[in-house]
Design a protein around this ligand. Structure first.
Ligand code: F6P
Length: 372
């Protein structure tokens, strides 16, 4: 009998339940395998909170958003325990052994992959599934949840057109994606945004305003500006770069601490940039402006057909890997196939939009301004 433990960690995303179901179904079909779920990510494993993933437990969940297991952003080696932050890895190893698990499947994004890798280095057998609406995990062509979030954000951009048009306004729409521009760029192109700002290409406000004014000259008195949450102005990007260089240069501990705190402050302010950008655009162009932040709407609800299909492939691929006892890997998408990628090749990297990516070329070719 092989025993599989499953947990979901990090921000939830559509398609997680479909993946859990696929693991359960494939395991049940392979006689001699059982699956047990842990609640709320690594915390549930540490506290030994389990959920049955038998036939009844996995039934009717294919189309459900979120994760029936619950999730958290807890890290095994830095877990908040009362008022202390402790390394709880050993407690997790104990529970893994108590349940006689052969493997722990961790469904998550960049942070989860790092945590799973840490547990693997401690001797636990782990397999991961790349899940994040941000699509920023390396060594996989796509991540679970991205397709659904892309559709939701695209629909939002679509819908903002009619109100922006009716009121002759600029609507600036904030789209998730952490420090990567995949969602904003994809939804911006698919939804027909006129300007798209992504973290990979620091923007100049004057260039954004120029693009809007150019539209005005053609009689188009409204504009949609899609802004990735990690987008930065050229000014801020240059300031951050100089601070990083200064941190590396100085040998004075106090000075380094002071610059690091300035850098932290600047990064924290980034969340408000969308509001100052909107105000500046209103002032420069004379068009009334509004902000819409899509936020967690993008992570909620029913997964797309494509994500359900992807989740089912990923879940079943994991069970095949367990049968082969192939551990310490991520089940990643490579073309049309699911491939096992060693975790050391995945962790510590972030897949951002390459500047020569075809989506950037496409955006340029249809006249979308990228503000750079
Ligand atoms: O990683 C997914 C994501 O939705 C990011 O796009 C966003 O930056 C972050 O999670 C939000 O996290 P939380 O749900 O903890 O606010």
């Amino acid at each position: 009998m092989q025993s599989i433990g499953v947990l979901t960690a990090g921000g939830d995303s559509p398609g997680l339940n479909a993946a859990i179901r696929a693991v359960g179904k494939a395991a049940l079909a392979s006689k001699g395998m059982q699956v047990i779920g842990f609640s709320d990510g690594f915390r549930g494993l540490m506290e030994n909170r389990t959920i049955r993933l038998d036939e009844a437990g996995i039934s009717g969940i294919l189309t459900l958003g979120g994760t029936l297991l619950g999730t958290s952003r807890d890290k095994p080696h830095k877990m908040l325990m009362g008022d202390k932050v402790l390394d709880m890895t050993d407690a997790m190893m104990d529970n893994y052994n108590k349940h006689h698990l052969d493997v722990l499947l961790c469904l998550g994004g960049g942070g989860t992959h790092k945590n799973a890798y840490r547990l693997a280095q401690k001797g636990m057998n782990v397999i991961t599934i790349p899940k994040t609406i941000d699509n920023d995990l390396s060594m996989t062509d796509s991540t679970l949840g991205f397709d659904t979030a892309l559709s939701i954000a695209t629909e939002a951009v679509d819908r903002l057109h009619s109100t922006a048009h009716s009121h002759h306004r600029i609507v600036v729409v904030g789209i998730m994606g952490h420090n990567a521009g995949w969602l904003a760029l994809g939804a911006g192109i698919a939804g027909g945004a006129h300007v798209i700002l992504i973290p990979e290409m620091p923007y100049e406000t004057t260039k954004v305003a120029d693009a809007i004014r150019q539209r005005l000259r053609k009689g188009k008195n409204f504009s949609i500006v899609a802004v990735a949450e990690g987008a930065v102005s050229k000014e801020d990007a240059d300031a951050m770069q100089s601070m990083l260089e200064a941190i590396n240069k100085t040998e004075d501990k106090e000075e380094r601490k002071a610059i690091k705190s300035q850098l932290k402050q600047l990064k924290e302010q980034q969340g408000n940039n969308i509001f100052s950008l909107t105000k500046q655009l209103e002032e420069i162009t004379g068009l009334e402006s509004r902000v819409t932040i899509l936020g967690h709407l993008q992570r909620g609800g029913v997964p797309s057909a494509s994500d359900r299909l992807f989740a089912t492939q990923l879940g079943t691929a994991c069970v095949s890997l367990v049968k082969k006892e192939r551990y310490g890997v991520m089940a990643g998408l490579n073309g049309h196939r699911i491939k096992a990628i060693p975790l050391e090749e995945v962790v510590g990297k972030r897949k951002v939009v390459p500047l020569d990516h075809s989506w950037i070329k496409t955006a340029n070719e249809v006249g979308i301004s990228l503000g750079a």
